[in-house]
Design a protein around this ligand. Structure first.
Ligand code: FE
Length: 189
């Protein structure tokens, strides 16, 4: 199978139909995030990062026949701090840092925005507020400065904003097939 087919299977699999405390399934949520990035005119790597940002929540499906997240933790447990790291590590076999770093950092970007941007916390879903505590809460000033210095910090913040907006049960996003060519073109050769 090609990388795009493997990722497509995850989007089609049972893990993508979990809700993880939000009003849309994780699959719909990721497709909405990708569509929002695309509509904003983001470059392909950033569209891919938005589309794939929560892949760490999805089980590997056929690979081990279990319902465990990519990092081996339960989907629920991986909904707190590790799913960004797990997803980025899994994606790094095919994609470069322009895709994997915003995925890895999207949880940190939430902690960053909670500290750096007045009003951001009020935009979070109830589930995002709940997991914020598990993820370490808003960043301290020193952490904010360290985050801002990371090469992909701005991209991670962009992904985070699409992430927050991609929880609308009234929106039907394009299917995974819409994004497959974009992903295929990004796979490292
Ligand atoms: Fe998300």
């Amino acid at each position: 199978m090609t990388p795009t087919e493997i990722i497509g299977e995850l989007f089609a699999g049972p893990g993508a139909r979990d809700y993880l405390g939000e009003p849309v399934t994780i699959g719909t949520h990721m497709l909405q995030a990708g569509a929002l990035a695309e509509a904003a005119g983001a470059d392909p790597a950033l569209v891919a990062a938005a589309l794939l940002h929560d892949v760490g929540h999805l089980p590997t499906g056929k690979a081990n026949g279990s319902r465990r997240g990519l990092g081996g933790s339960s989907p629920r447990a991986s909904s707190d701090s590790r799913h960004g790291e797990d997803g980025a590590r899994w994606l790094s076999r095919w994609f470069g840092e322009a895709v994997t770093e915003p995925v890895r950092l999207h949880v940190a970007a939430k902690r960053y925005l909670c500290a750096a941007e007045p009003g951001y916390f009020g935009l979070l879903s109830a589930e995002s507020v709940r997991t914020l505590a598990l993820q370490g809460g808003p960043m301290a000033p020193r952490e904010q400065a360290a985050f801002e210095a990371l090469p992909h910090a701005r991209a991670a913040v962009a992904v985070r904003r699409w992430d927050d907006a991609a929880k609308d049960p009234a929106v039907t996003p394009p299917g995974f097939a819409h994004f497959a060519p974009l992903l295929a073109a990004l796979v490292r050769t």
